[in-house]
Design a protein around this ligand. Structure first.
Ligand code: FDA
Length: 306
């Protein structure tokens, strides 16, 4: 009961525009610096360097919420281009994760596609890769359509997306996207029972189904989860089916289960850390608190240490 209330409070805060706007002025607070790698490209690149030195690879995500004008979407696109250029200039091992709503998807589809193309062209010049994060269900089909357009019509082979195992359609989508690099996740948004499983056991079962599907058909697979049961099952499945370590990677969020991240590297697996950064940190931080009540410990410690 208490957990549900606090979850709803954090989710409400994450969507509150006044709080999000105010937080840009505060700078990282309440322990957010444990899960957000600073507000500038420079601070984020520094974190990537530290992690690279320990054998982990990264994906950078410039945080941005509530983009509602073309100017904001262009600003976000420019920032992503600059981030990609900084990755190259600094010679760090990181790719980029982007959300298409930040690039104007809700304003105009073709405008968003042209912004994506600018980012992908920058990435292509340096042999780098861009992952389109998957947002809520209302953006799922359009995200997959744009992914195909970018790959087939515009010839970008350096772009992939994310499939969420809580969706009923996930297995069909994974089969349809054979050969395309996918990040597979359980799913982070609140979706209706009409489109998504609500039961954790069913979501986990479907998660293993789609992971096995993509691995078995020879496609590059990123397993993005902090769940040690899932990770153990993936390792066993890969061994039993002679799937080479080079065909998959594990991914976790910056600041979560660092010991597990390092032990996977020691075992010889590729471990990619998802690194969010930027002054629009508040919504992301609130959603992490909503997801897992234990994370509130971060916030409480951070609150008292300021
Ligand atoms: P889950 O929350 O199901 O936890 C299962 C078990 O794992 C727990 O009971 C506990 O035992 C253990 N565990 C989990 N977290 C722990 C922690 N911090 N410390 C200790 N134990 C822990 N979603 C989306 O909709 N679109 C997207 O594009 C992405 N992208 C993305 C990228 C990356 C790199 C990650 C890691 C996640 C995403 N997600 C996402 C989020 C994803 O869909 C999901 O909501 C979260 O990862 C939570 O699910 P998990 O599989 O991590 O474990």
């Amino acid at each position: 009961m208490l957990a549900t209330v606090s979850k709803n409070v954090f989710l409400y805060a994450s969507q509150n525009k006044v709080l999000n706007k105010a937080a840009k002025r505060w700078g990282l607070r309440f322990g957010a610096s444990q899960v957000v790698a600073g507000v500038t490209i420079h601070s984020a690149i520094q974190k990537v360097k530290d992690l690279n030195a320990k054998g982990l690879v990264c994906t950078l995500d410039h945080l941005g919420e509530f983009v509602s004008s073309r100017e904001e979407a262009i600003e976000a696109t420019d920032y992503n281009v600059r981030t990609m250029e900084a990755i190259t200039k600094e010679g760090v091992n990181s790719n980029l994760s982007v959300k298409m709503t930040q690039l104007g998807l809700d304003i105009d589809r073709d405008f968003c596609v042209s912004n994506m193309r600018r980012i992908l062209e920058t990435a292509k010049r340096t042999n780098n890769f861009v992952r389109i994060d998957m947002e809520d269900y209302s953006h799922c089909q359009i995200t997959l359509d744009i992914l195909k357009e970018l790959r087939e019509k515009y010839g970008f082979d350096n772009v992939g997306t994310v499939i969420q195992s809580y969706l009923h359609r996930a297995h069909d989508d994974v089969k349809d996207l054979k050969g395309i690099p996918l990040r597979l996740v359980k799913g982070a948004y609140k979706e209706s029972s009409e489109v998504a499983y609500q039961d954790k056991a069913k979501i986990d079962e479907n998660y293993m189904t789609i992971i096995k599907e993509h691995l078995s058909n020879g496609s590059y697979t990123a397993i993005a989860s902090h769940d040690h049961h899932i990770i153990a099952e993936v390792k066993q499945f890969a061994k039993e089916n002679n799937i080479p370590n080079a065909q998959f990677e594990f991914q976790m969020l910056y600041g979560f289960r660092s010991e597990l991240q390092h032990s996977l590297v020691k075992e010889g697996y590729t471990m990619r850390v998802y690194i969010p950064f930027g002054d629009d940190w508040f919504g992301y931080f609130m959603r992490r608190l909503a997801e897992r009540p234990q994370n509130v410990a971060f916030a409480v410690k951070g609150f008292f240490s300021k």
